[in-house]
Design a protein around this ligand. Structure first.
Ligand SMILES: Nc1ncnc2c1ncn2[C@@H]1O[C@H](COP(=O)(O)OP(=O)(O)OP(=O)(O)O)[C@@H](O)[C@H]1O
Ligand SMILES: [Mg+2]
Length: 363
C-alpha cells in the first residue's frame, strides 16, 4: 500500500469547483486561499491529489513552494517556476503538451508553443508582465492556467513579493475580464500562518481582497482507517481499535507524522494493551510538542513571554498588545519565564494564589 493516503474525490470536487464554478462559487475566480496548521498535509494534498485532478481536467498548473528555499526572495522562486513551466510548453514532445493534446484535443501541429517574449528575461527589468504571459499561454493552450503558491504568506516578506501579488491580481483581471476568454487565470495560495493567509483576502491594501478564504480540509477517520489497514497488512503486532486511533489522531492535531510516531511507540506494549496506552502516548507527544513551542518563545526572552501570556489569556482575540495597560503589565512581569518548570505569565493574569494557568479561570 502507498504510504500516502490519496483523496481523489475531494480533489476532483475542488478541481471542478475551481475550473467550472457554479453561481455560488464564482468567488473562486477571484482567488482561493487555503490555510491550515503546520504538518497537517497541505503540500502533500496539493501535489499528490489536487494538481493531478486539475491537470486531468485539462488545466495547466504552475506550482511553487516558497518554503523550498526560505533564504530566496519569493519573486525569484516564482519566476523560476514560471520559466520552467514555459520552457516545458515550448517543447513539442513535453508531457504537458501531450496531455493537452489528449485531454483538450489541442492542435498545435508538430511544434510546441512560441512566445512573443524571451523566457529568460522573466523577472528582470526587461521582462513582460505576468498578465502578458498568462494571456499568451491561455491564448495558445485554450485552457485554464492555475498558479499555486504554497506558503503564500511568505510573499509579504519582500517588496518584490508584494509587487508580484499585484502582478498576479493584474493577470487575473486581464484574463478573466476578457470577454470570451479561452481559459481563466486561477490563483491558489496556501499557508500555515492562518492569520496572515486569511489577512491576504481581507479589506485593506491587499491585492487579493475579496478572494475566497477557506480552511484546509484536514485528514479524517478514513485516513486513520487506511493507516490501521496498512498495519494489519504489514503484520504489525500492536494495533489499536479505530475509535481510539481516531481520538489520538485528533489529539495530535490531525498530523500524520505524529500519529505514525505514536503508533511506533505503541509497539513496546502487548497487543491487548494497545487501546490502553495509545491515548497516553498521544497525550505525552502533544505535551512534548507544546513544550517545544513554549521553549521557542522563552528563547526570545522575557518580553516575548509576556506578550505570549497576554495573547494566550485573551478571552476572545488578543488586541491592544501595545496599549498602555499592556505595556504596564509587561513591565510588571518578574524576570524569567519559568517558575517551578512552568511558563510564568504576566502578573494579573497569572493567579498568584493557586498558580494555575490561565489565571482568569482559577477556582
Ligand atoms: N495524505 C497523506 N498520507 C500519508 N501521509 C501524509 C499525508 N499527508 C501528509 N502526510 C505526511 O505528513 C507530513 C506533513 O505533510 P506536508 O508536508 O504535506 O504538510 P504541510 O501541512 O504542507 O506541512 P508544512 O506546514 O511543513 O508546510 C509528511 O511527512 C507527509 O508525508
Ligand atoms: Mg507545506
Amino acid at each position: 500500500m502507498s504510504p500516502i493516503y490519496h483523496r481523489p474525490d475531494l480533489a476532483h470536487d475542488m478541481a471542478k469547483q475551481l475550473l467550472s464554478p457554479g453561481v455560488l462559487d464564482q468567488g473562486l475566480r477571484s482567488g482561493l486561499f487555503l490555510s491550515g496548521l503546520r504538518r497537517t498535509g497541505k503540500s502533500t494534498f496539493l501535489r499528490q491529489d489536487l494538481i493531478p485532478a486539475l491537470e486531468n481536467a485539462g488545466a495547466l498548473v504552475v506550482y511553487v513552494d516558497l518554503w523550498s528555499d526560505v533564504s530566496a526572495d519569493p519573486s525569484t522562486l516564482i519566476h523560476a517556476a514560471l520559466r520552467s513551466a514555459l520552457k516545458e510548453l515550448q517543447s513539442a514532445s513535453g508531457t504537458v503538451l501531450s496531455r493537452l493534446k489528449r485531454i483538450k484535443s489541442l492542435d498545435v501541429g508538430g511544434a510546441g508553443f512560441t512566445f512573443g517574449f524571451e523566457i529568460a528575461d522573466l523577472g528582470t527589468a526587461n521582462s513582460v508582465t505576468i498578465a502578458q504571459v498568462a494571456q499568451e499561454v491561455i491564448g495558445q493552450a485554450k485552457t485554464d492556467l492555475v498558479f499555486i503558491v504554497d506558503e503564500v504568506q511568505h510573499m509579504l516578506t519582500s517588496d518584490a513579493g508584494i509587487a508580484l501579488m499585484q502582478a498576479f491580481k493584474a493577470a487575473r483581471d486581464a484574463v478573466n475580464l476578457t470577454p470570451d476568454t479561452p481559459g481563466h487565470f486561477i490563483f491558489i495560495g496556501t499557508g500555515s500562518h492562518r492569520a496572515q493567509v486569511v489577512g491576504m483576502t481581507v479589506q485593506g491594501k491587499n491585492a487579493f481582497e475579496g478572494a475566497t478564504s477557506v480552511d484546509y480540509p484536514t485528514l479524517g477517520e478514513d485516513y486513520v482507517e487506511y493507516v490501521l489497514q496498512t498495519l494489519h497488512q504489514e503484520g504489525v503486532k500492536v494495533i489499536p481499535s479505530q475509535p481510539v486511533a481516531s481520538h489520538a489522531f485528533g489529539l495530535l492535531g490531525r498530523r500524520p507524522e505524529e500519529l505514525v510516531r505514536a503508533l511506533r511507540t505503541l509497539q513496546k506494549y502487548q497487543p491487548q494493551e494497545a487501546d490502553l496506552y495509545l491515548p497516553v502516548i498521544a497525550a505525552t507527544l502533544k505535551e512534548a510538542a507544546a513544550d517545544i513551542e513554549i521553549k521557542k518563545i522563552e528563547e526570545l526572552g522575557d518580553l516575548a513571554c509576556a506578550v505570549f501570556g497576554r495573547v494566550a489569556n485573551a478571552e476572545v482575540e488578543a488586541s491592544g498588545l501595545f496599549s498602555a495597560s499592556a505595556l504596564g503589565a509587561y513591565s510588571s512581569m518578574p524576570h524569567g519565564c519559568r517558575e517551578a518548570g512552568r511558563l510564568l505569565l504576566p502578573r494579573g493574569l497569572w493567579c498568584p494564589t493557586c498558580c494555575r494557568w490561565p489565571g482568569l479561570s482559577c477556582p
